[in-house]
Design a protein around this ligand. Structure first.
Ligand SMILES: Cc1cc2nc3c(=O)[nH]c(=O)nc-3n(C[C@H](O)[C@H](O)[C@H](O)COP(=O)(O)O)c2cc1C
Length: 379
């Protein structure tokens, strides 16, 4: 079985829901495992007041009995508390006709022949990422059983940049680090980032940034060089690019490789009895030839500034075709810390997919045994 899912639900609708097929049986899964991820997604400096209204929690509707997955589809429901404030609003009260530059408003409304942008934004909104984070939480529980772990951090907000310097520290202090408002390892940079966000609030502007995700203990050989659609790096990049507002992904040293020569860009190969084949450097970010190479998978992704601005950009009214200012409503100013959690969870689903493609299994025991046998053969 292989994980696949579909999400449904609107930002101010009754709920978000998701059906996840392909979750192996006998994985311990509790509501709190998913709630923890949902609440991590909601935190972070720079988010709007919506996050004060919503305290996301999941209802596990199916696929789990007595705290264990059964192998049947897992379906989840996340209620929108804000629904109570929206359910009796008339069409007129919710009417928006002035599309925001940078959002899905213009193309969405014209393409679906909708007169009210509200009908587009309710679904294009990043509220949908709560459902995807919940799927990631399930994927992570499966992968934890195989000792595969995920770490994410913020390395740039609005041009204040601080790359991760010490991955050992990140892993060691991850629990404490998770509670920080900006999710950046560098305390000095965090202070500057916070100031930059405050400045953006004052200027009625918004910010984006760069996040980094690390996946540890990924077995060598996930993905394949044999076909374009089986490459792990391509699948990961596509999944991450599907997150709202993400505009670029780099694997390993990524764009900086353009400035190097081959001698400094590639990871030399070593062998020891204890470790098997290994590398001492990780410029490739753990993926070569579309396959995991046994090292940590590391990728970075850029999030653009939030499109809704309190001092709106120029637009054209869909109904009158006259020049106007884009509509505005309650919005995040910067959601990069939250986006780092989403990226971690979206990546988890992709990694699980490739683990299952390679090792199969209907139960977690079968999956684990297949993996262990394979690991013996490649030493
Ligand atoms: C965690 C997160 C929170 C977001 N919050 C907002 C928001 O409050 N207001 C807004 O206009 N856009 C927000 N966005 C960005 C939009 O959802 C996104 O720009 C829009 O859907 C258009 O898609 P695109 O940027 O991928 O082209 C958020 C994105 C993420 C990942």
């Amino acid at each position: 079985m292989i994980i696949r899912y579909l999400t449904a639900g609107e930002s101010h609708g009754y709920a978000l829901n998701v059906i996840i097929d392909g979750v192996p049986s006998n994985v311990k899964l509790q509501k709190k495992d998913i709630d923890t991820e949902l609440q991590r997604r909601q935190a972070g400096y720079g988010r709007g007041t919506r996050m004060l209204i919503e305290t996301d929690e999941v209802t596990v509707v199916s696929g789990v009995r007595n705290g264990m997955t059964t192998g049947s589809p897992v379906s989840l429901l996340i209620r929108n508390r804000d629904w109570e404030n929206w359910k009796n609003k008339s069409y007129k009260e919710t009417l928006e006709t002035k599309p925001r530059p940078g959002h899905a408003d213009l193309a969405g409304a014209l393409k679906f022949d909708l007169k009210n942008i509200r009908d587009v934004l309710e679904r294009s909104s990043a509220r949908e990422t709560a459902a995807r984070t919940a799927v990631g939480a399930v994927a992570k529980k499966v992968l934890r059983e195989l000792d595969i772990g995920f770490y994410s951090s913020v390395i740039n907000i609005g041009g204040i940049s601080s790359p991760v310097k010490d991955y050992k520290q990140l892993k060691k202090n991850y629990d404490n680090f998770n509670r920080t408002e900006l999710r950046c390892m560098d305390k000095e940079a965090s202070v500057k980032m916070k100031k930059r966000i405050d400045q953006a609030v004052t200027n009625k502007d918004s910010l984006g940034g760069v996040i980094e995700v690390l996946v540890e203990n990924v077995p060598l050989g996930l993905g394949s060089f044999t076909q374009y659609d089986q490459k792990l790096d391509a699948a990961l990049a596509a999944a991450i690019m599907s997150i709202q507002a993400f505009k670029g992904v780099e694997i390993g040293d990524g764009f900086s490789l353009a400035d190097r020569t081959g001698r400094t860009a590639h990871d030399e190969i070593f062998y020891s009895k204890e470790k098997g084949f290994f590398h001492k450097t990780n410029h490739s970010g753990g993926i070569e030839g579309g396959m995991s190479n046994g090292e940590d998978i590391i990728f970075r992704a850029v999030m653009k500034p939030i499109p809704t601005l309190m001092q709106p950009l120029k637009t054209v009214d869909l109904a009158t075709k006259k020049a106007e200012a884009a509509f505005k409503e309650r919005s995040d100013v910067c959601a990069v810390p939250s986006a780092s959690i989403i990226a971690e969870n979206v990546a988890a689903v992709e990694i699980l997919k490739f683990v299952q493609l390679k090792f199969g299994g209907d139960s977690i025991r079968e999956l684990r045994l297949n993996l262990q046998n394979y690991l013996k053969t490649i030493r």
